[in-house]
Write a protein that binds this ligand. Structure first.
Ligand SMILES: NC(=O)C1=CN([C@@H]2O[C@H](COP(=O)(O)OP(=O)(O)OC[C@H]3O[C@@H](n4cnc5c(N)ncnc54)[C@H](O)[C@@H]3O)[C@@H](O)[C@H]2O)C=CC1
Ligand SMILES: O=C(CO)COP(=O)(O)O
Length: 333
């Protein structure tokens, strides 16, 4: 199969490597010209996935049209906030029958769109019929090292979901299908915001109890937003929900969790972002998910506090105090 992968960050590179190793004719598009040259010469993505040699068959390009030319499957893996611009450049280049998969996790600022909604707006409504959200507990580095990992391909079109499942699956990378594309997308977007909260908690010196509580109540927020957007509750109990939430809230490889830890330790957001080349989607999604919750009148108190800490100068300890002193009530999902 011919596959184009758009975005050579750590995740796009790791996923391109999976399908290339599975025997598919794969071309990886990189935004940075020096990365195209570097990967072509050394087979290593020195900027975003250092130290890992990529499959011999993987091709590299700096041209968007070359990456998707003749592709039966196009995988989008740029940061969510630049997705619309990248897609606009690809609009006339992607084959109208190609499956469109996205492994990006976030909600667009301003429009409050998921990636599938961005695709429909830019490429036309029919794009939704061939859209697949690929998400789960998968740190790029561990996938690239071949450590057993599981993920979900969610789509309203089961033929498209099965195409992605077949292309990516191998003995160390197991892909499940789901018919809940929006649930799979929302799980990935919201867990990044909750991971910042979990990091803040650890950075403040709180314990395992606090972190477990944040994960559990974060899952309740994810479910509530999902219900308001037509997702299925069961999706959030699965890999793209609880699975990814647990991974990101507890794993030291998480960029979002790391941002939270540093905030909890007293660093400013500006200082943290200044020394970070990689994307921590939760920083921007804290604003967009919080706005989405307000628009849909969904109660998401942890998300709201993360937003206030990041953008409202609220001290993290005060935010915790406010969360703890909310009205007492029965436990509800
Ligand atoms: N790294 C990981 O373990 C995982 C990441 N993801 C998601 O994958 C998406 C991509 O993240 P990573 O691959 O981790 O990125 P990264 O943090 O490793 O690298 C940043 C990426 O952003 C690209 N970029 C920056 N400015 C750009 C622009 N103006 N136009 C186009 N591209 C631009 C860079 O070229 C690079 O590909 C995100 O939504 C992330 O949440 C999902 C699962 C795992
Ligand atoms: O989405 C991820 C793992 O599934 C990666 O999380 P971070 O972006 O927080 O590193």
């Amino acid at each position: 199969m011919k596959i184009g992968v758009i975005g050579a960050g750590s995740w796009g590179t790791a996923l391109a490597n999976v399908v290339a190793a599975n025997g598919h004719e794969t071309t990886l598009w990189a935004y940075e010209p020096e990365l195209v040259a570097g990967m072509s010469a050394t087979r290593i993505n020195h900027l975003f996935l250092p130290g890992i040699e990529l499959h011999r068959g993987l091709q590299y390009t700096g041209s968007l049209s070359e990456a998707v030319q003749g592709a039966e499957l196009v995988l989008l893996v740029t940061p969510t906030q630049v997705m619309r611009g990248v897609l606009a450049s690809l609009q006339t280049e992607i084959d109208s029958s190609a499956v469109l998969a996205s492994a990006s996790k976030g909600i667009e600022l301003g429009t409050l769109c998921t990636v599938s909604q961005i695709c429909s707006q830019v490429l036309g409504e029919a794009a939704e019929q061939r859209f697949v959200a690929l998400s789960g507990p998968t740190f790029a580095k561990e996938v690239a090292l071949g450590l057993p990992s599981l993920i979900v391909a969610g789509s309203t079109n089961q033929v498209a979901a099965h195409t992605v499942q077949a292309a990516f699956s191998n003995p160390v990378f197991r892909v499940y299908t789901s018919d809940d594309a929006i649930g799979v997308e929302l799980g990935g977007a919201v867990k990044n915001v909750i991971a910042i909260a979990a990091g803040i908690s650890d950075g403040l010196g709180f314990g395992h109890n606090t972190r477990a509580a944040l994960i559990t109540r974060g899952l309740a927020e994810m479910k509530r937003l999902g219900r308001a957007m037509g997702a299925q509750d069961a999706t959030f109990a699965g890999l793209a929900g609880m699975g990814d939430l647990v991974l990101t809230c507890t794993g030291d490889l998480s960029r979002n969790r790391t941002v939270g830890v540093k905030l909890g330790q007293g660093q400013t957001l500006e200082a943290i972002m200044a020394e970070m080349r990689m994307v921590a989607e939760g920083v921007k999604s804290a604003e967009s998910v919080n706005a989405l919750a307000q628009r849909l009148e969904v109660e998401m108190p942890i998300t709201q506090k993360v937003y206030e800490i990041l953008y409202g100068n609220k001290p993290a300890r005060q935010a915790v105090l406010e969360l703890m002193s909310r009205d007492l009530k029965p436990e509800q999902a």
